[in-house]
Ligand binder design. Structure first.
Ligand code: DX5
Ligand code: ZN
Length: 246
């Protein structure tokens, strides 16, 4: 579905910063989103946790539907067995739905199902597969024809504000090689532990989607925080080796 608008938007604006709302003021979400829109952010990252795949429970389709925003809705499903549950998130307006390889008995089937349920055919759905830090990258190999996004987790799923696990850098490199060998256009994302101090480095690794939550919403200044992150990403892109930028 690489001709979908959401996919093309992401590709054209790569690297895109997707801001996680887990640590936002959930009772003032409308104004929190307005701050993100004003700062120039293009995507909002919603962490869905079911209390089974990871210990915490967060939100579901009704909240995603309630997000009235032009931002791309980037939905990260940290839930067990998403087969037959994904449609509700797509109906709620998700532009990107990312499932976890570790959470599915039949991940290929879930991706096939996602291909058939995109909410607006002219818009399409970006199908993502996320990997925990302990999962070998090779599990993606048989799935490369059925996904548009690989999301490398740099923390174990569960909470915002954790520390970036350094081995994520090598994993991003491996995933990039796998994508290059696939002959397909696949986006690469990194999620977890991305701060003011390391976001430029993550952009320099060549990530297309960079998820950051607490670095924007902790404290009282989300708008300048978001602007800082966007500027730092530009700085990281400038650092990239020329051959990586083709
Ligand atoms: C981890 C989540 C991440 C996380 C991002 O379970 O998938 O999206 O909340 O938050 P920070 O940027 O605080 O690590
Ligand atoms: Zn996430």
């Amino acid at each position: 579905m690489s001709n979908s608008t959401a996919f093309n938007l992401l590709r054209a604006s790569s690297p895109v910063v997707s801001v996680g709302i887990l640590t936002a003021d959930l009772l003032s979400l409308g104004s929190e989103l307005a701050l993100l829109e004003r700062s120039g952010v293009k995507a909002v990252h919603v962490d869905v946790m079911d209390g089974c795949f990871c210990p915490m429970m967060t939100v579901g389709p009704p909240l995603i539907k309630a997000l009235k925003t032009p931002l791309l809705k980037d939905v990260h499903l940290m839930i067990d067995e998403p087969l037959n549950k994904v449609a509700d998130y797509v109906a709620a307006g998700a532009d990107i739905v990312t499932i976890h390889a570790e959470a599915c008995s039949h991940i290929h089937r879930v991706l096939q199902q996602m291909r058939t349920i995109a909410n607006a055919p002219e818009k399409g759905l970006v199908r993502g597969v996320a990997l925990n830090p302990g999962t070998p990258i090779e599990v993606l190999e048989p799935l490369l024809d059925e996904l548009e996004l690989i999301l490398i987790l740099a923390v174990n799923p569960g909470w915002g504000g954790q520390k970036f696990i350094p081995s994520a850098g090598k994993r991003v490199e491996k995933a990039k090689q796998m994508i290059a060998g696939s002959g397909r256009e696949i986006l690469l994302g990194v999620d977890g532990g991305i701060t003011r101090g390391n976001i430029a480095g993550v952009a320099a690794m060549g990530a297309d989607l960079i998820v950051t939550g607490s670095a924007v919403f902790d404290g009282k200044t989300p708008e300048p925080n978001a602007k800082f992150m966007l500027e730092a990403v530009k700085e990281g892109v400038r650092r990239q080796e020329p051959e990586d930028r083709s």
